[in-house]
Design a protein around this ligand. Structure first.
Ligand code: BGC
Length: 256
């Protein structure tokens, strides 16, 4: 059986990470390579960074990118934590041109969800699963009976306290305001309680940086739904983006 290797990339608010992924097993075949996200994160500078990543691996195959925005047919439609000039940019075309490789972008939380459902915390979940990536932003993805609903932007809902969820309980908010885990955990719990009230999931999977040490915030969560940390932690985005690209390549070239 041929190993289907794809360069998986995760574009985040603070870092752009990549690794070569075996899309059949979800395994990372190389150590991950991380470059700081340029500030401001303009299309040109982000594209140059992705190019540097591809060059680091001397990569000329397909690339999957988890991108922190709504992605419709390869076009970015929003820009919460990246430069506004990304809105309506054909990111598939932008990154393909600069790297010379076929590039397939998918929302970063959707990418993380794809990986966690296949190889991580969602492996045996069948009902309604909500994965929340907690980082610079709050990314969300919902699966119902294993089927992904793309581009849910539930990090931007307004909480009962009239605050936007992402601006109230992201990891960036915790760090910028030097909050204790208790203070932040209680805020995040308010968000989960509201999500529970609206969606009644069977399980919440918590991903992103905070999933590395779940005992820091889990004690403050009071939702009735099951809550589990992501198993693939911060690597889920790269792994899921590679799997997504593999699916796209297969759809375009069924003989491959
Ligand atoms: C963006 C989402 C993204 C999330 C995590 C939010 O601000 O709107 O598209 O998935 O951040 O990066």
């Amino acid at each position: 059986m041929k190993v289907k290797k794809i360069l998986g990339v995760d574009i985040g608010g603070s870092g752009i990470k990549g690794a070569i992924i075996n899309t059949k097993t979800g395994e990372m075949l190389t150590p991950r390579f991380r470059i700081e996200t340029p500030v401001p994160a303009t299309p040109k500078d982000v594209a140059d960074t992705v190019h540097r990543l591809a060059k680091h691996y001397a990569w000329d195959g397909a690339i999957g990118i988890g991108f922190p925005a709504v992605i419709k047919n390869g076009v970015a439609k929003t820009a919460a934590n990246i430069d506004n000039s990304f809105i309506d940019t054909d990111v598939n075309a932008l990154f393909s041109t600069v790297t010379g490789s076929p590039v397939f972008c998918v929302n970063d939380a959707d990418a993380a969800g794809i990986a966690e459902m296949r190889y991580g915390a969602g492996k045996n979940s069948y009902g309604v699963v909500i994965l929340i990536t907690v980082g610079t932003g709050l990314g969300t993805v919902i699966f119902s009976k294993g089927k992904l609903i793309p581009n849910t932007e539930l990090g931007h809902i307004t909480l009962p306290n009239a605050q936007e969820a992402e601006l109230y309980s992201s990891d960036a908010v915790r760090k910028n305001n030097k909050m204790s885990w208790e203070e932040w955990g209680k805020r995040f719990n308010e968000y989960l309680l509201y999500m529970e009230k609206l969606f009644w999931p069977d399980v919440f999977i918590i991903g992103g940086g905070v999933s590395k040490d779940p005992k820091t915030f889990m004690p403050y969560l009071t939702v009735k739904s099951k809550v589990v940390p992501a198993v693939l932690q911060n690597n889920a985005g790269m792994i899921g983006a590679a799997i997504y690209a593999r699916q796209r390549v297969k759809a375009l070239y069924p003989q491959d």
